[in-house]
Design a protein around this ligand. Structure first.
Ligand code: SAH
Length: 560
């Protein structure tokens, strides 16, 4: 039970919101606060006090026993801005409670426990099903106790504060295991179940066959990554139902593809029916791996279903993460989560600096200077192929004039690739300028380092002729100063001198600046490599100092 204590009207209002959200978990303690705190402390596992920390410190100090048994105490200030974990951060669960209360009330959780502040990942946030003594092992991790990691599967994990030996343990396995009171098991998605079925095979028969095969082989159903079968059985109800019940996708392969897979137990029946001598074994083995359960038939007579189980090798993980234009609050929550999911971070040193504080302790950082792009891409892919969880970072969107293409050009299909979009410079600049991208627009990089100038010029000309809004990336550097004037001149052949041009430097960074000018008046000397230049189309206007491209000429007329 969580005891709720408040003194003022504002405190009581926040208290009532909490009580309404958690009716079965909370109890309101009325009356004089000193008395209320003492009663709640004796009766509850946790307290939320809508009082100043000083007041609560004085009230609970005489009541404190030891951290294993004391309740967790959270304070919420009068303004409802902070939820402070005051006492019992781990043992009393006050850190978690502060976060939960913060989320509910829109307050910032304040957690000062050392290990929490440095960000030990929650065992339930790793994206793998977890079983066992989650609370005990999490607490051991947080308290810096020895926790051993047994990751025989080699599944890529974020850095965890673990040792090779310890009283507490984390196992990463698809096997059914006996756990002690101090152990958890994480379930990696390693198992592929190949399934065959005659038309109309009952769902229960298919399910029981698979479930029983896994159990007898000592394998966990939670590690099943997919069910696989032949194309002709894609809609077979019993198979579809089994995949749904496991909560995994049903992947299908053509009969030719399956016929080419070498299997231990081919037979004539499926060859006649669907054109491959094996469905279950071949579909399980088609992407390689170790055959753990050779073909088995269901127990019914006649048997209408077959299955086989394969363990696929662990796959490394490459997240290609856009950091946004600069400001921390334009870094997406997903990007942040991927940075913390990684055990290896690869990127340009100046971008690494931008997010270093978000990385988990133990993250291996491979940073390099400007240039070296191909090498960075290769390093990231190599680390992923070695089974690591890698984050490859780039500013803005990592796929826009950035690392995603060189990395994916290197990457084979034996790693998982996760793309996290970021706010690219053109969008960050547009938001500052007004609405310059309200109609068709393109981005053109003026860097002729990797692209011949003739190609760039042809594209600028095409955009000019098509009357498309253009954002120039890499517009001008010390060694490249004639390209921007040349590009603007091409646009000016098709647009009025008064066409609005937005120049944004360091969008969303501390020294951000923006200027709205025109094709005729733009001084290229004010443009550098920290800048994007957005040139309007023939309909773009300067309206109240904002750059506005109408949604469409006809649409505008209709609105008038
Ligand atoms: N991947 C990046 C672009 C890399 S190319 C993105 O999606 O934004 C580098 C060019 O991007 C720079 O020369 C500049 O033209 C532009 N740029 C990147 N960040 C910027 C910012 N914060 N403000 C203005 N321009 C920026």
């Amino acid at each position: 039970m969580i005891g709720l204590i408040s003194a003022t009207a504002a405190g009581a209002a926040a208290r009532d919101r909490l009580a309404a959200a958690w009716p079965d978990r909370t109890r309101v303690y009325d009356g004089p606060v000193g008395d209320a705190v003492r009663r709640a402390f004796a009766e509850c596992e946790q307290l939320v006090c809508f009082l100043a920390t000083g007041a609560v410190v004085r009230l609970v100090a005489p009541l404190l026993g030891d951290k294993a048994s004391d309740p967790g105490v959270v304070c919420v200030d009068e303004g409802g801005r902070f939820a402070v974990s005051l006492v019992g951060g781990h043992g009393g669960g006050a850190n978690e409670l502060a976060r939960a209360v913060g989320e509910l009330l829109g307050a910032e959780p304040v957690v000062t426990t050392a290990t929490d502040a440095v960000g030990v990942p929650g065992l339930d946030t790793l994206g793998l099903p977890v079983e066992g003594a989650v609370a005990a092992v999490s607490r051991a991790l947080l308290d810096g106790e020895a926790v051993a990691l047994h990751n025989a599967s080699g599944w890529p994990l974020p850095p965890l504060p673990v040792a090779s030996e310890g009283t507490y343990g984390i196992r990463v396995t698809d096997r059914l295991v006996e756990l002690s009171e101090q152990e958890v098991v994480l379930r990696p998605p390693t198992l592929v179940v190949g399934v065959g079925a005659s038309r109309g095979a009952p769902a229960e028969e298919v399910w029981e066959l698979i479930e029983g095969s896994l159990r007898e082989a000592g394998l966990s159903a939670k590690s099943v990554a997919e069910l696989a079968t032949v194309d002709a059985k894609a809609g077979e109800p019993g198979i579809v139902a089994a995949a749904a019940r496991f909560g995994v996708p049903l992947v299908t392969h053509s009969a030719e593809e399956l016929a080419a897979v070498e299997v231990p137990n081919p037979s004539d029946a499926p060859l006649a029916a669907v054109g491959t001598p094996s469905v279950a074994e071949a579909a399980a083995l088609v992407q390689g791996g170790e055959l753990l359960v050779p073909k088995r038939k269901s127990a019914a007579t006649p048997a209408m279903a077959t299955c086989a189980v394969v363990r696929r090798p662990a796959r490394g993980r490459l997240a290609v993460v856009g950091l946004g234009p600069g400001a921390r609050d334009l870094l997406t929550p997903r990007a942040k989560a991927e940075l913390q999911r990684a055990s290896v971070l690869v990127g340009l040193d100046q971008y690494v600096d931008q997010i270093r504080d978000l990385l988990r302790p133990g993250t291996r950082v491979l940073e390099s200077g400007l240039g070296a792009e191909e090498e960075r891409a290769r390093t990231a892919v190599e680390e992923a192929r070695r089974g690591q969880a890698v984050a490859l970072i780039g500013s803005g969107d990592a796929g826009v004039y950035a690392m995603a293409s060189p990395a994916l050009a290197e990457a084979s299909d034996d790693i998982d690739v996760i793309g996290v979009p970021g706010v690219t410079a053109a969008l960050a600049a547009a938001a500052i300028l007004g609405a310059p991208l309200g109609h068709d627009h393109v981005s053109i990089s003026l860097s002729d380092l990797h692209t011949p100038w003739e190609v760039i010029e042809r594209r600028v000309r095409a955009a000019a002729e098509a009357d498309i809004v253009v954002t120039f990336y890499n517009p001008r550097s010390r060694g490249r100063d004639w390209q921007l004037p040349k590009a603007l001149a091409i646009l000016a052949e098709h647009r009025e001198p008064a066409t609005p041009v937005g120049v944004v430097r360091n969008a969303s960074r501390p020294d951000e600046s923006a200027r709205l000018t025109t094709l005729a008046a733009l001084d290229p000397a004010t443009v550098d490599m920290m800048t994007v230049v957005t040139v309007g189309n023939t309909a773009t206007r300067d309206i109240a100092g904002r750059m506005v491209t109408p949604r469409g000429y006809r649409w505008q007329e209709g609105a008038q």
